[in-house]
Design a protein around this ligand. Structure first.
Ligand SMILES: [Zn+2]
Length: 479
């Protein structure tokens, strides 16, 4: 029996474009390709998401900084592998007015090359370590593939990057673990489900010792990378000559890590929770958590208005981000439609019957479930409903991802599973690059990496070479 899929999933690309604009998040009609405008509603959502991240980083000893946008060509060229990978994507500033610049300047594609020369000046001794900084900036990459709002853009408008510096390799390793904890907590609080994989050697961050990535699956079955954590070892400190004097008075190169997220997090937030009516935002980050809609009825208009304003005040006092929709040119029905599109987690209707019974009518956006609560319990019941929505979104989204992760015993099975169900296919792997690449060739899928923190699949053998399986390899079709 064919399962009828919703438009959100069936025509995900169109749905995504449409919902971003119609809900008031972003406008991509800007004349420069791959650059979009954050609209006020979207900007508030962006801030709420970023503030969650800021809190997690501030609590764990990171300090926010802001480095310049432009970098010199010398700075760019310091780390050879790193620069090579970004070379084709760099935007260059070559003129000021009519004058050709003596030194051409690049717009940061990421900020290693901006931050590390300054660290070279600042880090002197082991007393300066560990050092953890982060910034939220825009970065620029000339994407040649078709651009896509929030997912593949030329100006990454929201790039949160953290950079850490340590005295020993072990400390850097512990920082990687800490970063994984921070990111897991971050995605958990957004109810975005994910898998954590160690990227294969041939797909790690250029210049890193190894890279760990957070991936999620979008409604079209493709994989979206939403966060990365890198152990840089001493590769950059050697290139940028970042040294410190250790306790014995000897100079050593520092050990580094870096980790980042971008507006792809917001793409995932929209995609994972949405439905045919539009956005569904988790209460934790929704710019408006509850909207009060008066349902006027003849001769009761004044009383309904008065009660609506009173409830708004009560909720504000309880810390709820609440909006009272008093527009009198619109019918309640068209207001419902608009706030559903914008993904406001809770609608509160106040009509003559609610007044009569001293009730409020609540409607959850995620389930569209409608129920009455006593007026005097307004604040507590609203807050309680938020936490129910939050956990229900988490449950639903994790279950959705779980259903899109499949285990295959050989390439044919992997191909068949992917054709039918998309998502991520897990297979056994012996850890040899040759077999990893064979998996790619024989399935037409891309290696996402090795399951982080897990070690084996069914204790069998590598289906390619017959050797004992050491790892679980993940395959999929990434954006
Ligand atoms: Zn093998």
């Amino acid at each position: 029996m064919a399962v009828e899929r919703k438009r959100w999933q069936r025509e995900f690309g169109d749905w995504f474009h449409q919902v971003i604009w119609e809900s008031g998040l972003m406008d991509y009609r800007y004349p420069v390709k791959g650059c979009g405008v954050w609209l006020p509603y979207g900007f508030k959502l962006r801030n709420n998401v970023l503030n969650l991240m800021r809190r997690l980083l501030d609590e764990t000893g990171h300090e926010e900084t802001l480095f310049p946008l432009m970098i010199t060509s010398d700075m760019v060229k310091k780390e050879a592998i790193h620069v090579k990978s970004f070379e084709d994507q760099l935007f260059w500033v070559t003129k000021a007015g009519d004058r050709k610049l003596d030194e051409e300047l690049a717009l940061r594609p990421t900020s290693e090359t901006a931050i590390y020369p300054m660290m070279q000046l600042w880090i002197r001794s082991h007393a300066d370590l560990p050092k953890r900084v982060y910034q939220v900036v825009n970065t620029f990459r000339y994407e040649t593939k078709a651009t896509r709002p929030l997912i593949r853009v030329r100006e990454i408008s929201t790039f949160k990057e953290a950079h850490t510096f340590h005295a020993t390799f072990e400390e850097a390793e512990r920082q990687v673990e800490e970063a994984v904890r921070i990111y897991s907590q971050f995605f958990d609080s957004l109810a975005i489900p994910y898998v954590v994989s160690k990227r294969p050697e041939w797909d790690k961050f250029p210049g890193a010792l190894y890279s760990i990535a957070y991936d999620t699956v979008l409604p079209d079955g493709k994989v979206l990378q939403i966060g990365t954590v890198h152990n840089l070892a001493q590769n950059f400190s050697k290139a940028f000559d970042i040294t410190f004097e250790n306790a014995e008075g000897l100079r050593e190169y520092v050990w580094q890590t870096c980790y980042g997220i971008s507006e792809r997090v917001i793409a995932a937030l929209i995609a994972v929770h949405g439905d045919d009516k539009g956005l569904i935002l988790p209460p934790g980050v929704a710019p408006i958590q509850a909207v009060v809609i008066p349902i006027p009825y003849k001769s009761k208009e004044a009383a309904v208005t008065e009660k609506s304003r009173e409830i708004k005040k009560v909720l504000e006092k309880a810390g709820v981000r609440v909006w009272l929709d008093e527009r009198d040119k619109l019918t309640p029905g068209s207001k419902f439609y608009e706030w559903e599109l914008k993904g406001v987690p809770l609608r509160i209707e106040i009509g003559p019957r609610d007044l009569e019974f001293r009730n409020l009518t609540l409607v959850r956006r995620d389930t569209m479930e409608k129920f009455q609560v006593p007026e005097e319990e307004a604040a507590s019941r609203v807050l309680e409903t938020f936490s129910e929505i939050q956990s229900s979104l988490s449950r639903k989204a994790s279950e959705w991802l779980r259903q899109r992760i499949h285990q295959a015993g050989n390439p044919e099975e992997a191909v068949a599973l992917f054709r039918e169900k998309q998502g991520i296919v897990e297979v056994g792997w012996c850890s040899k690059e040759r077999c990893g690449l064979t998996w790619e060739e024989e399935t037409g899928l891309q290696v996402l990496g090795i399951a982080w923190g897990e070690t084996s699949l069914n204790g069998g053998v590598c289906p390619i070479c017959g050797e004992k399986v050491g790892r679980v390899l993940r395959l999929g079709k990434p954006y």
